[in-house]
Design a protein around this ligand. Structure first.
Ligand SMILES: [Zn+2]
Ligand SMILES: [Zn+2]
Length: 255
């Protein structure tokens, strides 16, 4: 496992060097070979907006003393916990969007490593399930960014990559144009759990968590099918609306 891991990272690094020429993806300075896949220089890697320590264990938003936040107390989500690596702001948003919309798959190992670092050795998870895309959206985009990231996180954490455990049965309009309150309604009934879900400890992985509506609906679906625990593993977390200013265009969740 260790050996495979090292070999895999070396291959990923070589591909990245080939694609990006060993220059930092963000500042075009010289990229470091390790530990960051030859994609970022040490300074840019250190400057990534990693989330702080005082986060709500349930939803990963800032909360004093890592207590469960007011939102989660008022309306407990179906998921049990959320682990998020980065704040969804520059330059994390650039990296996430380049993977999602421009298909720069060489960024998947980098985002996967950042998330795996945050998950750490505490993960007691059997299955990693990437948030599924509808077949139509998958065909349009050509890849599922959550799946690409999940490959690396599963490998790093020793959990089994199990995209087959959750499928999208209903296409939904993109979440981007919707108000926060409309997002939950938009994804209701959009997923189906399949296979060996009963009694399982599952991590659902996505690139960005915004309102959490999609992840909440998946957790509801998996729990209904008998999953014992469902946690979210997300690369980047957005701030709640109050901290985002007026009239923002919310980033794309995996609608
Ligand atoms: Zn740099
Ligand atoms: Zn919370």
């Amino acid at each position: 496992m260790k050996h495979n891991n090292a070999m895999f990272h070396e291959i990923a690094r070589r591909i990245a060097n080939f694609v990006f020429g060993g220059t930092c993806y963000l500042c075009r300075g010289a990229a470091e070979a390790a530990p960051n896949e030859g994609l970022l220089c040490a300074a840019c890697d250190a400057d990534l907006p990693r989330l702080g320590a005082e986060l709500c264990p349930r939803c990963a938003l800032d909360t004093p003393g890592s207590a469960i936040c007011g939102r989660c107390l008022a309306r407990p989500p179906h998921y049990d916990a959320t682990v998020a690596a980065l704040a969804y702001r520059f330059p994390a948003d650039v990296l996430v969007q380049a993977l999602k919309f421009r298909g720069e798959l060489a960024l998947a190992p980098l985002l996967g490593r950042l998330l795996a670092e945050r998950v750490g050795g505490t993960a007691r998870v059997q299955f990693v399930v990437p948030v599924p895309l509808s077949p139509a959206r998958l065909a349009e985009r050509g890849h599922n960014q959550a799946l690409e990231i999940a490959r690396h996180v599963a490998r790093a954490t020793g959990a089994r990559l199990a995209p087959e455990l959750c499928e999208r049965v209903r296409d939904t309009p993109a979440q981007t144009g919707l108000e926060w309150s409309a997002r939950a309604k938009n994804v209701r009934g959009a997923f189906r759990a399949a296979g060996l879900v009963a009694g399982a400890a599952i991590a659902v992985l996505d690139d960005v968590m915004t309102t959490g509506a999609t992840l909440d609906e998946i957790a509801r679906t998996l729990k209904q099918a008998g999953a014992a625990t469902v946690v979210n593993w997300v690369v980047a977390r957005t701030a709640p609306p109050a901290e985002r200013g007026v009239g923002p265009v919310l980033p794309q969740e995996s609608a």
